[in-house]
Write a protein that binds this ligand. Structure first.
Ligand SMILES: Cc1cc2nc3c(=O)[nH]c(=O)nc-3n(C[C@H](O)[C@H](O)[C@H](O)COP(=O)(O)OP(=O)(O)OC[C@H]3O[C@@H](n4cnc5c(N)ncnc54)[C@H](O)[C@@H]3O)c2cc1C
Length: 560
C-alpha cells in the first residue's frame, strides 16, 4: 500500500488556540513578531515537505537500510537528497536562535513540526533530532569560541551532531562510562568504544560533531567523574580524526537510521576531543538538555500514534466484510476511537510541556518561570513514557484493524509497529522515566513539581467546571494528591516498595491528564480537535483506569 499523510494542522491550531492559549507564548519577548497566521503557514509548509519528501522514502528506507563500507556509511536511497532539501528549506534551525542562523520559533511550534517529520519518516527524523540535542548542549555549556565554531554549521544542518553516551557496560547506568580522556595541552586524547550511536556515521554531510561522555585520568568514580567532549569527525585543518564506525546494528525497526558502533583512538594515541565546560560536570550538562530530548522522543510516540491511526482509518474505510466496510463494525469503531482519543491526549500533553519550555525560558516574571520549570519537570517523564507506550499500542491496534494484511510485510503497517518499539527504550527506558518521576520529581524541592502539576490540572478542571465529569475529576485529583504524599514518604521509608509502583503511578498520572484534557475538548463548541464521541469514549474508558491505578498503589503500599 502507498501511504497517505494529512498532517492534523486544523487540530493542532485548535489545540494552540482553544486549549493552550498560544497568545501567552506569542507575547513572550522573542516571539512577539509571530502571529497565529504565521504559525499556521509554517505548519502547512511542514506538512507539504513531510508528505512530499519524507513519506515517499519511508518504506524504501525500511527495506534498504544504510550500509557500512570501508569506514563510510551509505544511507538508504533518497535519504541524502531529502536531507539536502531539508536543510535548504531551513527546517533544521526551526527552534534555534537567529544569531546562529535559526528561525527562532517557539518550541510549541517546533514540536508540532518535528511530529510531522517522525510521522512520515521516523528513521530520517532521528538525524535532526540528535543534532538538536547536540546544539542545545553547546548552546548551554560551550565556550563562546566553541559556539562560534560549531553552532552556525550545526543549526543550518551543514554539520550534524550525535550523542555518544552508551557503552556495552553503561546503558541506563550512564555513570559506568569507561571511555578515557587524557589531557594533552589544549585538547584531550579520547579512547574507547561507544555503541548504538544514532547517525554515528552517514553520508549526509561532510562533518559529524560527536558529543562524547568520557572519564579524565584522575576523575572520581561513578557519575561524578564524567566529562563532556566535542569530537569532530574532521578537525579544523581538514584532517580525519581517529573516530570511526566499525559496524552498524541490524535492528527491529527504524532501518533507515544508521545505528553505529564507534571506536575512538583505534589507529593511534586517541581521537582529539575538546572539553565542554569543566571536567567532571558532563552528566550535569546532559541533564540540562534532557527535558527537550525526552520531549522529542515522546513526540515520536505521538507521531507513531498519528501515523498508524491514519493508515488504519483509510484501510477500514475501504476493506469490506459481510457486505459493509469494516469501519461500520462496533469493535473496529472501538479501536479507531480509542487510537484517536489517545493520539489527541498525548499530543496535548506533549504540547503543554513544549509551551512550558517556552515559558520557563522567556517569561519576564521569575515566579512564573520557576513554576513552569517545575511543571515541565513533572510532565516530561510522563510524556516520554506514556506517549511512546501509546505509539506502540496504537501501531498494534492498527495491525489488528488490518487483520492478516497487517501481519504480512507487504502492506507496510507492520513497519509502524517495528519502528515505534525503540522509542520506549532509548533516551532513558520507560522504566527509568517512571523512576525519575517517583524518586526525583516527587521528592526534590519538597514536591514543588507535583504542586505545579496539581495547580495546572485544577485550572483545566475549573475552565470546564459544571461539565459532566467535573466532580469526579476533582475527587480523583484529591485522591492523587493524597497518594502522592504517601509515595513521597515511601520513597525514603521503603524505597523498593515505592519503586515497584513507579510505573503504576506514571500510568495513573497519564490517564488522569488525558481525562482532564478530554473533558475540556468535549465541551468545545466545534469538533476541530476530535469528535465529541471520541472524547466521550476516552473518558468512559479511561476514568476507571485512574481509579484502578489508585487502588493498585494503595494496596501495595498498605503492605508496607
Ligand atoms: C536503535 C538505538 C539507538 C540508540 N541511540 C543512541 C544514541 O544515539 N546515543 C546513545 O548514547 N545511546 C543510544 N542508544 C542506547 C539507549 O539509550 C540504551 O539502549 C538505553 O538507554 C538502555 O540501556 P541498555 O540497552 O544498556 O539497557 P539496560 O540499562 O541494561 O536496561 C535493561 C532493562 O533494565 C531496566 N533497568 C536498568 N537499570 C534500571 C534501574 N536502575 N531501575 C529500574 N530499571 C532498570 C531498564 O528499564 C530495561 O528495562 C540507542 C539504542 C538503540 C537500540
Amino acid at each position: 500500500m502507498t501511504w497517505q499523510y494529512h498532517a492534523p494542522v486544523v487540530q493542532i491550531m485548535a489545540i494552540y488556540q482553544e486549549l493552550l492559549r498560544v497568545d501567552e507564548v506569542l507575547s513572550l519577548p522573542p516571539y512577539q513578531e509571530f502571529s497565529p497566521d504565521l504559525l499556521q503557514a509554517v505548519l502547512d509548509e511542514a506538512e507539504k515537505f513531510a508528505s512530499e519528501q519524507l513519506l515517499p522514502i519511508n518504506q524504501s528506507g525500511d527495506k534498504t537500510p544504510a550500509v557500512l563500507k570501508d569506514d563510510e556509511v551509505m544511507t538508504s536511497p533518497g535519504f541524502k537528497d531529502a536531507y539536502q532539501a531539508f536543510i535548504a528549506n531551513g527546517w533544521n534551525g526551526v527552534p534555534f536562535a537567529p544569531e546562529y542562523g535559526g528561525q527562532g520559533l517557539p518550541w510549541l511550534v517546533s514540536t508540532a513540526v518535528s511530529e510531522m517529520w517522525s510521522t512520515t519518516n521516523m528513521a530520517f527524523a532521528l538525524c535532526p533530532l540528535l543534532t538538536q540535542g547536540a546544539i542545545e548542549l553547546l548552546s548551554a555549556h560551550g565556550s563562546d569560541e566553541q559556539k562560534e565554531q560549531y553552532l552556525p554549521k550545526m543549526v543550518s544542518g551543514q554539520w550534524t551532531g550525535t550523542m555518544c553516551l552508551t557503552e556495552p557496560q553503561a546503558g541506563s547506568d550512564v555513570g559506568a562510562v569507561a571511555t578515557k580522556a587524557i589531557k594533552e595541552g589544549e585538547y584531550y586524547r579520547i579512547t574507547g568504544q561507544k555503541i548504538y550511536i544514532t547517525y554515528g556515521e552517514h553520508d549526509f554531510t561532510d562533518n559529524i560533531i560527536h558529543m562524547v561522555l568520557a572519564r579524565t585520568k584522575e576523575a572520581p568514580a561513578g557519575s561524578k567523574g564524567i566529562s563532556l567532549f566535542i569530537v569532530p569527525k574532521f578537525l579544523e585543518d581538514g584532517s580525519r580524526n581517529d573516530v570511526k564506525a566499525v559496524s552498524l546494528e541490524h535492528k527491529l525497526g527504524i532501518h533507515g537510521s544508521p545505528t553505529a558502533v564507534l571506536t575512538f583512538g583505534d589507529d593511534g594515541d586517541g581521537a582529539l576531543g575538546y572539553l565542554v565546560g569543566e571536567e567532571n560536570q558532563g552528566l550535569k550538562y546532559m541533564f540540562t538538555m534532557m527535558n527537550n530530548a525526552r520531549l522529542a522522543v515522546g513526540v515520536e510516540g505521538v507521531a507513531m500514534a498519528e501515523g498508524s491511526l491514519q493508515q488504519a482509518k483509510a484501510y477500514a474505510a475501504e476493506r469490506t466484510q459481510g457486505g459493509v466496510a469494516i469501519n461500520q463494525y462496533p469493535d473496529v469503531i472501538r479501536m479507531i476511537q480509542g487510537m484517536e482519543g489517545e493520539a489527541v491526549a498525548c499530543r496535548v500533553m506533549a504540547y503543554l510541556a513544549a509551551k512550558g519550555i517556552d515559558m520557563m525560558h522567556h517569561h519576564p516574571d521569575q515566579e512564573i518561570k520557576n513554576k513552569q520549570l517545575a511543571l515541565v519537570d513533572f510532565l516530561i517523564p510522563m510524556v516520554k513514557a506514556h506517549s511512546t507506550d501509546t505509539g506502540f499500542w496504537s501501531a498494534s491496534e492498527a495491525v489488528q484493524i488490518f487483520g492478516g494484511m497487517g501481519y504480512i510485510e507487504e502492506t507496510g503497517i507492520a513497519q509502524y509497529l517495528r519502528d515505534a518499539r525503540i522509542a520506549m527504550i532509548y533516551e532513558g527506558t520507560n522504566g527509568i522515566q517512571a523512576m525519575d518521576l517517583l524518586a526525583r520529581k516527587l521528592v526534590v524541592n519538597d514536591g514543588l513539581a507535583y504542586r505545579a502539576y496539581r495547580d495546572e490540572m485544577q485550572q483545566w478542571i475549573e475552565v470546564a467546571s459544571g461539565g459532566k465529569w467535573t466532580l469526579e475529576l476533582t475527587s480523583l485529583l484529591e485522591q492523587i494528591s493524597g497518594i502522592t504524599d504517601n509515595l513521597r514518604q515511601a520513597v525514603s521509608a521503603a524505597p523498593e516498595k515505592a519503586a515497584s509502583v513507579a510505573y503504576d503511578y506514571l500510568q495513573m498520572i497519564a490517564c488522569f491528564t488525558g481525562c482532564v484534557i478530554h473533558q475540556r475538548v468535549v465541551l468545545l463548541a466545534d469538533e476541530k480537535i476530535c469528535s465529541k464521541a471520541t472524547s466521550h469514549n476516552f473518558l468512559i474508558r479511561t476514568l476507571p483506569k485512574v481509579a484502578s491505578n489508585i487502588t493498585i498503589i494503595q494496596n501495595i503500599l498498605a503492605e508496607l
